[in-house]
Ligand binder design. Structure first.
Ligand code: FMN
Length: 226
């Protein structure tokens, strides 16, 4: 049974390709960030299907105020790295094979889409159409983050590696380099590609934080009271 059958014309579901982890829970238990990529290109149809999956996340008021800036030519990727790294920092960077990633997706959130949506008749009584300052939680960042995660999980499910990383204090420089409209907030960048063969040594691509133990379920969960 297919309770949510895709309407005709939708992009091919990427999950039908490789699916190295099988089901969703197994994927979540085993997925890790990848910091060493092979230069092997990501097939354009596969990339499109991942983006198509990612745009289907839930969003407040169905505002969908997120955008994906796709860098998938070597020239565009070089522009990204030279905008965000000084040459000496780049030469000394710990994860050199991150620079091999054939796709970078910079994810942006658009508060104006939310303010506009919540000014519509069915939402106006919330007062959230008055401006971003009226929002206790900036849902544009929540929704764009959901899209970022969906993109990563779809890519991993299709047999690719990903790294989500921060843009830090290069946000203005990246926006200006790639013509991003003003007032878009950057959420982060997702590098996507096939993982490099690190000879079975995940250590080559493991981040420093990866040695931190996962918090126990009972430490994270607060049942009926904190
Ligand atoms: C919001 C966010 C920002 C991150 N920023 C970086 C980053 O700038 N550089 C990096 O190498 N990893 C970054 N990571 C990856 C984390 O270090 C990684 O997810 C964490 O150590 C757990 O490892 P795992 O995802 O492999 O389980 C970031 C992850 C998130 C969710």
């Amino acid at each position: 049974m297919r309770p949510f059958g895709a309407p005709e014309g939708d992009l091919e579901d990427s999950s039908r390709t490789v699916r190295p982890f099988g089901g969703f829970s197994a994927l979540m238990k085993r997925r890790r960030m990848t910091r060493a990529f092979s230069p092997r290109p990501v097939e354009p149809e596969l990339l499109d299907s991942l983006l198509d999956t990612a745009r289907r996340v839930p969003s407040a008021g169905n505002s969908q105020g997120f955008d994906f800036l796709i860098l998938s030519t070597s020239e565009a990727i070089e522009r990204y790295w030279s905008t965000t790294f000084r040459p000496e920092a780049r030469a000394g960077f710990e994860w050199q094979q991150l620079f091999e990633a054939p796709v970078l997706v910079v994810i942006y959130a658009d508060s104006a889409a939310y303010v506009s949506r919540y000014s519509e008749p069915d939402k106006v009584r919330t007062g959230l159409g008055e401006g971003p300052q009226a929002w206790a939680t900036p849902y544009w960042l929540v929704d764009a983050s959901m899209a970022a995660l969906a993109l990563q999980l779809a890519a991993i499910d299709a047999g690719l590696g990903v790294l989500f990383f921060g843009v830090f204090d290069h946000a203005d420089a990246v926006a200006s380099e790639f013509g991003v409209p003003s007032h878009r907030e950057v959420v982060g960048t997702v590098a996507i590609g096939y993982a490099a063969d690190t000879g079975g040594g995940d250590v080559v691509s493991a981040g420093r934080s990866s040695v931190r133990a996962r918090r126990d379920l009972e430490e994270v969960v607060h049942r009926n009271n904190w």
